[in-house]
Design a protein around this ligand. Structure first.
Ligand code: NAD
Length: 256
């Protein structure tokens, strides 16, 4: 029997991994609300998914704003007849050493990646609790939550905080039938982003045991599994999808 279409909301869905997650749910036949603060890019992504037959809605939203996030989740819930799945994906990842980092840069990363997640997951959880039919929450962290990266103290702190935020929510929402899980991507092909040089990318690729970058679809399928009924006994977990990067040291000491 085909699954019933669900109402899904994804943040940071205009581009990259979030776009891939939104596309995956749209292909499954779900109704998907895409939230992003890049309104132009969001409109393009929504047109592309609509042209493929997806039932999608774009809501320009800055996840750093409590009122914007609450309004966006309410709009998605109203338009798509409820809320079943909410995926927190929006994040920024600038690169600056701590000694050179301004308070503004620190605040922006924490406000986007961690406060934004708190605002969005809280709004989604409140909506699901009001509906009383359970639900699925998922957050996208990074291998940076458990392994430091030079130039990414703010990012690492935000992603570590996000994991504990999600796991705390998993405990608080379990009795309401709401599962909360985390996906931790490795290096995913999303095009060249500011601050990521070509030589750095090549070095990184060399260090991935499976030998290549992942694709947004690799993360989307993990998210879809954790948000499915097949994963009904999974909550508070972190699923790593990284081609083996986080498993340990890959190269032998005597190899190139
Ligand atoms: N790409 C990777 O290799 C990789 C690896 C590990 C983890 N991740 C994580 O995956 C997620 C997606 O990363 P990505 O590489 O696709 O990034 P991306 O830059 O391609 O996309 C992020 C999206 O979030 C949006 N966004 C940023 N700030 C926002 C805000 N304040 N309000 C609303 N939208 C906002 C951007 O406009 C963009 O569309 C992030 O959580 C990131 O930390 C990515």
């Amino acid at each position: 029997m085909a699954n019933m279409p669900r109402s899904v909301v994804v943040t940071g869905a205009a581009d990259g991994i979030g776009r891939g997650i939104a596309m995956h749910f749209a292909h499954l036949g779900d109704r998907v609300a895409l939230l992003d603060y890049d309104a132009d890019r969001l409109a393009r992504t929504v047109s592309e998914l609509t042209a493929e037959g997806g039932q999608v809605l774009g809501i320009p939203t800055d996840v750093r704003s409590e009122t914007a996030v609450d309004a966006a989740v309410a709009q998605a819930t109203q338009t798509h007849a409820g809320l079943d799945v909410a995926v927190n994906n929006a994040a920024v990842y600038p690169n600056t050493a701590v000694v050179d980092m301004s308070v503004d840069e620190w605040d922006n990363v924490l406000d986007t990646n961690l406060k934004g997640a708190f605002l969005f997951l809280r709004a989604a959880a409140r909506g699901m609790l009001a509906q009383g039919r359970g639900g699925k929450l998922c957050a996208i962290t990074s291998g940076a939550y458990r392994s430091a990266r030079r130039g990414a103290a703010h990012y690492c702190a935000s992603k570590a905080g996000l994991v504990l935020l999600a796991q705390t929510l998993a405990l608080e929402l379990a009795e309401h039938g709401i599962n909360v899980n985390v996906v931790s991507p490795g290096f995913i092909e999303v095009g060249l982003r500011p601050g990521v040089s070509v030589p750095y990318r090549e070095r990184i690729k060399h260090d991935i045991p499976l030998g290549h970058f992942g694709e947004p679809a690799d993360i989307a399928t993990a998210v879809a599994f954790l948000c499915s009924d097949e994963a009904k006994f999974v909550t508070g977990s972190v699923m790593t999808v990284d081609g083996g990067s986080g498993a340990g040291r890959f190269h032998l000491p005597y190899s190139d």
